[in-house]
Design a protein around this ligand. Structure first.
Ligand SMILES: Cc1cc2nc3c(=O)[nH]c(=O)nc-3n(C[C@H](O)[C@H](O)[C@H](O)COP(=O)(O)O)c2cc1C
Ligand code: SF4
Length: 444
């Protein structure tokens, strides 16, 4: 069953964003069921479900939930990462807009299970409408007694929920930078475990903090209502349940599709209406920071964590971009590199300098000024960034370039030798003709 509408069960119900309609369709039954269980039993349900974080890394959700201290010595914070900056990913936006109560309910369930005192939904600055929608849902939930003091009449079960708007920085989606930004500091990442305590022990305001993605909390709502065992019936052995995939690029029906994990990549392409404007050339399955795969490689990939990594790429955040055979891969990588150069926070040298160098070399190549040795230079720069930067943005900037060179090396060589696109005049995205003079300096 490729399409598996668990979270999307009621997506198309009119006015489902309103509390009364949401309740009429089984809304807040997950929370009502959760509070009949011991806190640990709720965490055990999440464990049974096999749910893994949907923000990109696929970390087992229950391990985080179980990691928060089980007492009230300090306030515990429940944070939702709604920064959604990964190019190609727009699934959280739709959840926030259409199913805001699914998220609010999931966060209250997490608050109950993890002794949470307050929750924050950190939304990227550009998501103005989703932020309005979620604020409206929070107001409704307070009025109905799902938020505030003594929730559902349970003495001592208090939980408040706030919306915090970011300023549109990709780096603020990285959880430690997100926490800094939430506290009013500069959006730079912090030291990580084992050099610093885990966020579940010392997160925002030095208190235990849970950070999960929008889709992860929404899945937790479904699990709280239907049970972990029910969720675990779907998917593969290690990738359980469903995943929302944002399909874009050269397809007839770009949209968010909730699919069963393990669905063949080619099947998903079919669901999205197939390739337009030519034949399939390549797919980026999990957002711009994962490795691009050729049409031939795509035949072997299933949309789950294990199959993607066994085939040299990642499921990531589910930002699935399909490209037809008019696509100029070198120009595509130049645009990708421009994004990471712009979004590097500048804290560490390999990423700050390296992302700029990658862009400059790709800009040089796609301006017809590429030199013999530029491919090796690109690989060398990437190897100096990957694993040597302070946070994963550096790795995310290097991986796609290395992946594209491995899969489409001949296109880089063509550009360097012939000083023009191998695709010719029909190339998409259009080959740039104007070169930014500030960025044509030779990398050191
Ligand atoms: C540069 C960078 C940007 C990220 N952006 C996001 C984001 O927009 N949304 C998100 O949920 N996770 C993002 N992540 C992953 C988070 O750091 C974190 O792993 C995630 O929010 C954990 O939630 P999950 O376990 O539910 O996936 C990003 C990571 C990095 C390194
Ligand atoms: S890797 Fe990039 S984004 Fe991360 S800390 Fe270093 S400069 Fe900042």
């Amino acid at each position: 069953m490729p399409i598996l509408n668990l979270l999307y069960e009621n997506r198309d119900v009119q006015n489902i964003e309103n509390l009364d309609v949401y309740e009429a369709h089984g809304g807040y039954q997950g929370l009502r069921r959760a509070v009949t269980l011991e806190r640990q039993a709720v965490i055990d349900e999440i464990k049974t479900s096999g749910l893994r974080g949907r923000g990109g890394a696929g970390f087992p959700t229950w391990i985080k939930w179980n990691g928060l201290p089980k007492n009230f010595d300090k306030p515990h914070y429940i944070i939702c990462n709604a920064d959604e900056g990964e190019p190609g990913t727009y699934k959280d936006r739709e959840l926030l807009l259409k199913l805001p109560h699914l998220l609010v309910e999931g966060m209250i369930v997490a608050g109950y299970a993890c002794c949470g005192t307050a929750g924050y939904i950190y939304i990227r600055g550009e998501y103005v409408e989703p932020a309005w929608q979620i604020r409206k849902a929070i107001d409704q939930a307070y009025k109905q007694g799902y938020l505030g003091k003594n929730i559902l009449g349970i003495e001592g079960f208090n939980f408040d929920l706030y919306v915090h708007m970011g300023a549109g920085s990709y780096e603020c989606g990285e959880e430690s930078a997100l926490m800094s930004s939430l506290m009013g500091e500069r959006g730079n990442p912090r030291l990580k475990f084992p050099h610093a305590p885990l966020p579940v022990i010392e997160g925002v305001w030095k208190s235990p903090t849970l950070v999960n993605n929008v889709e992860t909390y929404c899945a937790a709502t479904w699990i709280a209502k239907n049970s972990g065992a029910e969720y675990a019936k779907y998917g593969t052995e290690r990738s359980k349940g469903s995943k929302i995939i944002s399909v874009s690029g050269h397809v007839a029906k770009p949209a968010n599709y909730e699919i069963e994990l393990g669905t063949p990549l080619m099947e998903l392409l079919k669901i999205a209406g197939g390739i337009t404007g030519g034949k399939l050339k390549a797919v980026i399955p999990g957002g711009s920071s994962v490795q691009i795969r050729t049409a031939e490689q795509c035949e072997k990939i299933n949309m789950d964590y294990e199959s993607c990594s066994a085939n040299g790429t990642l499921l990531g955040s589910g930002g699935f971009m399909a490209f037809n055979d008019k696509t100029d891969i070198v120009v595509l990588m130049r645009r990708t590199a421009e994004f990471y150069m712009h979004e590097s926070c500048g804290k560490c040298t390999p990423c700050r300098e390296g992302t700029r160098w990658i862009y400059k070399v790709l800009d040089r190549i796609t301006s017809g000024a590429g030199r013999q040795g530029d491919i090796e230079l690109l690989l060398d720069i990437c190897s100096q960034i990957d694993g040597r930067s302070y946070c994963a943005l550096g790795d995310a900037a290097a991986w796609p370039i290395v992946g594209a060179i491995k899969a489409f090396r001949e296109e880089f060589e063509y550009w360097i030798t012939h000083k023009r696109s191998p695709i010719g005049e029909d190339a998409v995205p259009p080959v740039p003709v104007v070169v930014n003079p500030l960025l044509t300096l030779t990398p050191a």
